[in-house]
Ligand binder design. Structure first.
Ligand code: DLL
Length: 431
């Protein structure tokens, strides 16, 4: 099922022509309206007339999060204030927020791409969509809400917080789709039995989870505990919010809605990498009015795949996010992505998806301690058995990462739960 069959299944040559036409107007638009881009293009000695097709995108300069911060709050907006009808924000690298704005037209595109996304995750006008992403400056809540409304589903705007109430609403209002972060979905899954419910009494069929990295192993756990099919949804405030890309039923990568967001994956020297190679994901917004961004560096690492998808959608697929250029930890010279450790932990099968990495420095040497929650059943086992589990994790982490780490087993429920994005890493070295 498609939300917009014509857009989602157009041929590569049609997409190419549309992207080219849209890039040409975008470049003219920002050159005329945004002093920042005019100056950047002048510096790079590129004129709007040099951009004739989507392939000329390589001539254009990049945009970074710091550019939004330097023009805080509205300095990069391309429309007069009165045309901005919504503002959202995400955390910045310093104390200032990264602020983004939308015109009516932008909100219309956002709800369209989110409607396409939710349709991939089996939402129809008959569905009840329970949104536990936070409502507010974070784009998750309102983004999912507007997409579900656009389809004509019944929306439960639960927002985040109060797990007991979330479970009560999920069950009593017969939600068919749950939207929240994957770590919160895992927590809800754990809480079902603890709070005296049986998942068989719920009506859930699918889940739309994103806003933070998660692994296949975590998906398996969430699907089992909530008795649903789980879909990975990706997005970022700067480009739109949730709904930049999503998995279809085949779940072999996330279709990027390329008629609106043009993706590139770049190597260490900012060269465009071929499909399949891992690098930094960069987006150009092809239709945004309030805050159009050219070659925005997401710092997210992934690969792109343009092989045909059995679902019939022609839009290129990105892999799950494999890490971030800037959350990569370097521990004793070894590059470590938290998701790698998560994979090791969850592959063990008896470990809850709640863990925390504590990085520190002792005697000028980096240390990594992994706090790991065990499933309740295991924690009551003999000390000798627990010690074996601990050693096994240390040795698995060592063989996967080539890095020795101290593992500390903690009781179920000890690691602080987050209703939004989980805090996976505590890097004491920076303090
Ligand atoms: O997290 C938008 C969103 C809301 C996406 C709800 C999906 C669902 P920001 O707060 O601006 O926006 O954070 C964007 O979060 O650059 C990624 O590093 C990370 N991220 C978002 N979705 C995923 C995902 C929202 N599915 C940043 N997998 C991005 C991994 C994700 N990382």
């Amino acid at each position: 099922m498609y939300y917009n069959k014509q857009a989602e299944t157009m041929s590569r040559s049609e997409l190419d022509a549309l992207q080219s036409e849209r890039l040409v107007s975008l470049v003219r638009y920002v050159y005329e309206r945004v002093p920042f881009y005019r100056a950047k293009m002048d510096d790079a000695k590129v004129k709007p007339s040099d951009i004739k097709s989507i392939r000329d995108i390589v001539k254009l300069p990049f945009t970074e999060k710091s550019d939004l911060r330097d023009n805080y709050p509205f300095g990069l907006f391309a429309v007069p204030d009165r045309e901005v009808v919504r503002v959202h924000a995400s955390s910045g690298t310093t104390g200032k927020l990264t602020v983004v704005g939308y015109t009516r037209g932008d909100l219309d595109v956002w709800s369209e791409v989110m409607a396409r996304s939710l349709t991939c995750a089996e939402v129809t006008s008959e569905s009840t969509v329970h949104v536990s992403y936070g409502y507010g400056l974070f784009t998750g809540g309102l983004g999912a809400h507007d997409g579900a409304s656009r389809i004509g589903a019944k929306v439960i705007p639960a927002s985040s917080g109060n797990t007991a109430r979330q479970l009560m609403l999920l069950k009593d209002f017969k939600a068919t789709t749950l939207c929240c972060t994957p770590s919160y979905a895992a927590y809800l899954g754990d809480s079902v039995a603890k709070m005296g419910y049986d998942i068989k009494d719920f009506s859930l069929k699918s889940g739309v989870f994103g806003a933070e990295p998660w692994t296949e192993e975590m998906r398996v756990g969430i699907e089992k505990k909530l008795n649903i099919k789980a879909f990975d949804v990706y997005g970022l405030s700067e480009i739109m919010g949730p709904g930049v890309s999503i998995e279809c039923d085949c779940r072999k990568g996330l279709h990027v809605w390329e008629d609106h967001f043009y993706p590139e994956v770049l190597g260490d020297h900012f060269e465009q990498l071929p499909y399949g190679e891992r690098g930094e994901l960069v987006f150009t917004t092809l239709t945004k009015e309030a805050l159009p961004l050219i070659r925005y560096r997401t710092k997210d690492i992934c690969t792109l795949d343009n092989s045909p998808c059995p679902c019939g959608r022609t839009h290129v697929r990105m892999s799950k996010i494999l890490g971030r250029k800037d959350d990569m930890l370097i521990i004793r010279g070894v590059n470590v992505f938290p998701s790698q450790i998560e994979t090791v932990l969850l592959q063990m099968g008896n470990i809850a998806p709640h863990y925390q990495l504590v990085v520190d420095r002792e005697n000028n040497t980096d240390t990594l301690e992994i706090l790991v929650e065990l499933e309740e059943s295991l924690f009551s086992d003999e000390v000798r058995q627990l010690e074996q589990v601990r050693e096994k994790i240390e040795s698995n982490v060592h063989s996967a990462l080539g890095l020795s780490a101290r593992v500390k087993l903690v009781e179920s429920g000890t690691i602080p739960r987050s209703e939004g994005k989980a805090v996976r890493v505590i890097d004491k070295r920076k303090l």
